[in-house]
Design a protein. Structure first.
Length: 184
């Protein structure tokens, strides 16, 4: 559980820190703490003129599932990014329709245009949006680092599985504080 280095062209990717998701109870970290750590990472990346990507989700993939609540209309502000992120004009905004931030979006193109070789991931939910994005980032050839205290889930066992079993195979993990110290 130690991040060894951050490339000079590292981007921060914050997953689904939006009103409709951030209001859900997170475990093991409260959503408010994840948002605060995500905002801190965003401020640190912006101060170093490194890309910040803010991802939100506005729908779902069309396939049938056993757990999907189809037909429910979310509140009008459900997909709005939380104000604590202090969205800036230089931020890259990615809106997705599925769990991961790469499929069906321009995320890879936006990162490659900027010469990005590594991403730091944070957000909600660890085992869904964060893990799906980490898997795709790894498959696209990016170095991946996950901020372990800036991710949370609705299911603690799923969160733990992602941190202990999946993320070590996709990249490195560490705390927000340790990642900030690695920023050049």
């Amino acid at each position: 559980m130690t991040a060894t280095a951050l490339d000079p062209t590292t981007a921060l990717v914050l997953i689904d820190l939006q009103k409709g998701i951030a209001g859900l109870p997170g475990t093991p970290h409260p959503s408010a703490d994840v948002i605060a750590r995500g905002a801190r990472l965003a401020a640190e990346f912006r101060a170093r003129e490194l890309p910040v990507v803010l991802v939100n989700v506005t729908g779902g993939a069309p396939g049938r599932t056993e757990s999907a609540a189809r037909g429910a209309t979310p509140p009008a502000d459900w997909a709005e990014l939380v104000p604590e992120l202090d969205r800036q004009p230089t931020d890259i905004i990615v809106t997705k329709q599925q769990w991961g931030a790469f499929h069906g979006t321009n995320l890879d193109l936006e990162l490659r245009r900027r010469g990005v070789t590594q991403i730091v991931l944070a957000g909600i939910a660890t085992s869904i949006g964060v893990e799906s994005t980490a898997r795709a980032a790894h498959e696209h050839g990016y170095h991946v680092t996950i901020a372990t205290d800036a991710v949370t889930d609705l299911d603690e066992a799923a969160h733990r599985n992602s941190l202990e079993k999946i993320f070590p195979r996709l990249g490195e993990t560490d705390t927000t504080e340790a990642i900030v110290k690695l920023l050049v």
